[in-house]
Write a new protein. Structure first.
Length: 142
C-alpha cells in the first residue's frame, strides 16, 4: 500500500438549523445553546453520526430521532417538528422557511479529509489513462 497523505478539506463549527418560527429562537441564550427541550433529528449511522454522539455526551436536547436522508431531515425541520445540527455548507440546500445559526454552547466541528497517495496521483494525472496488464504490473498510455 503506498503512503497515504490526509488533506483537510473542511473544518468549521456545525450549526443549529430550525424553522424561522421555531420556539428554539425564543429561548434565553443559555437554554438555546443547550437546545433545551428540543427534539434533534439526525441521520442514521452515516458520516453525520458524530452529531448523535455529541448530543448524548453533552446532554443536548430532549430527545433524538433519526432519518435516512438529508432531504427528509430538512423537510421535518421546515415543518417545525424538529431541529438539526448540520455543517454550514448545507445552508445552500435549506428550504426558504429554515434558518441556520452557530449557537451551540458546546461547539461541534467534524473535519472532512481527502486521502491521497503522491505515487498514485502522479500515475493518474490528467491526460493519462491507466492500462492495467497482468495482475501485478501496469503501464500508462498517454
Amino acid at each position: 500500500m503506498p503512503k497515504l497523505i490526509p488533506q483537510k478539506l473542511y473544518d468549521e463549527n456545525w450549526q443549529v438549523t430550525a424553522a424561522k418560527d421555531s420556539p428554539l429562537w425564543k429561548l434565553d441564550e443559555p437554554e438555546r445553546g443547550m437546545l433545551k427541550e428540543q427534539t434533534i433529528i439526525t441521520l442514521v449511522n452515516d458520516q453525520y453520526d458524530s452529531v448523535h454522539r455529541h448530543c448524548i455526551k453533552h446532554r443536548l436536547g430532549k430527545r433524538m430521532i433519526e432519518t435516512n436522508f438529508l432531504m427528509t431531515q430538512l423537510e421535518l425541520v421546515n415543518a417545525g417538528l424538529e431541529i438539526a445540527i448540520l455543517p454550514p455548507f448545507v445552508q445552500k440546500q435549506l428550504p426558504p422557511g429554515v434558518i441556520m445559526r452557530d449557537i451551540l454552547k458546546i461547539p461541534l466541528s467534524v473535519p472532512f479529509f481527502a486521502i491521497y497517495s503522491p505515487q498514485w496521483s502522479v500515475l493518474f494525472s490528467p491526460g493519462t489513462i491507466p492500462n492495467f496488464q497482468g495482475t501485478d504490473t501496469f503501464s500508462l498510455i498517454q
